[in-house]
Design a protein around this ligand. Structure first.
Ligand SMILES: [Zn+2]
Ligand SMILES: [Zn+2]
Length: 317
């Protein structure tokens, strides 16, 4: 399918690739076209899609030689030989036209419109929550109180998805206040003047700040049968501290789980698009504030440097 790119979200992954820290160009090529948070429009009818229809596309593609990929779960690929649009061995969407495998396209409802550019980061949160619920649900468990650490795009979207399910949410981050968090009905706490340990204990803790020390601390913030899910990345070599009995006693006696999650299964993409549209209906003004900077492609540098809200590159109106 030929897809015309409308808009592409920018995140830390793009920044890291542009700095040469991450990413692999396609075989026998020197350059990698970035762009994995795509919103595009179908150029011609085919495969159940119609010209003019809004679409996004999955990021990770099968390695073709593992059990998980054979079962259409490249998000759980067992070899690491997968490709990823705009990240690993496959060009991304920061170009006018892309030829895409129709099976990798995900339809965006008209009602969602340009907010469809948030589908990729939302799919990451959907997978994390689906896995959290599966892990928590292995024994009798109720998801009543959740803590989200970090209020970047992933932290915010996780907050909104949990609020959609009417979970009581506290979101903690460095800045003094965060109106977007509060518009969802979640409580915002600045970690500047509050210790996380003073917030009580939670059924679910999501770390989306990318701080390994905080990741270790999540175990000590769990209620009985609580689940901690790590989404932020922290590649720094360091020794992190954890009070011995939190790991050696409480994790066992209180049936805790700490796990990591990356990427998303196709079902998470479908859930993401669906939930984004439900969130838009419930909090229309808030959702419009998620993208704080829209720039043309040639100003990508400014988009990469942008902090505070999602930046996007606009390729077509
Ligand atoms: Zn991203
Ligand atoms: Zn695989």
């Amino acid at each position: 399918m030929l897809v015309r790119t409308l808009e592409v979200g920018v995140c830390g992954t793009d920044r890291e690739i542009s700095e040469g820290l991450f990413g692999i160009a396609p075989q026998d090529e020197q350059l990698l076209v970035l762009g994995h948070e795509a919103l595009g429009v179908v150029e011609q009818d085919g495969y159940g899609f119609t010209r003019g229809q809004l679409v996004t596309a999955t990021v990770r593609r099968s390695c073709c030689h593992c059990l998980a990929c054979a079962e259409e779960s490249p998000d759980s690929c067992l070899t690491g030989d997968y490709s990823e649009r705009g990240i690993t061995r496959l060009h991304g969407y920061d170009r006018e036209l892309v030829a895409e495998d129709p099976e990798q396209l995900v339809a965006i409802p008209k009602s969602l419109g340009r907010l469809g550019v948030l589908a990729e980061p939302t799919s990451i949160c959907e997978r994390a929550l689906r896995h959290s619920r599966t892990i928590g649900g292995r024994q009798p468990w109720q998801l009543e109180r959740a803590l989200v650490i970090g209020a970047g795009a992933i932290g915010l979207l996780a907050t909104y998805l949990l609020r959609l399910a009417d979970v009581e949410v506290t979101t903690a981050s460095l800045e003094p206040e965060n109106e977007l968090v509060e518009q969802s009905g979640a409580q915002y706490v600045s970690t500047h003047d509050n210790e996380l340990s003073a917030l009580g204990k939670f059924d679910l803790v999501i770390e989306a700040a990318g701080n390994a020390q905080l990741m270790a601390q999540t175990l000590g913030l769990l209620r009985r049968s609580g689940v901690a899910c790590l989404l932020g990345i922290d590649p720094h070599h360091q020794t992190v501290e954890l009070d011995g009995p939190v790991l050696g006693v409480d994790t066992i006696l209180e049936n805790h789980v700490l796990f990591g999650s990356v990427n998303a299964h196709r079902q998470d993409w479908l859930a993401a698009v669906d939930d984004l549209d439900r969130a838009r209906e419930r909090w229309p003004e808030a959702l419009e504030q998620f993208v704080t900077l829209r720039l043309p492609l040639d100003r990508f540098q400014e988009a990469f440097e942008h902090r505070g809200g999602k930046a996007t590159l606009v390729l077509s109106d």
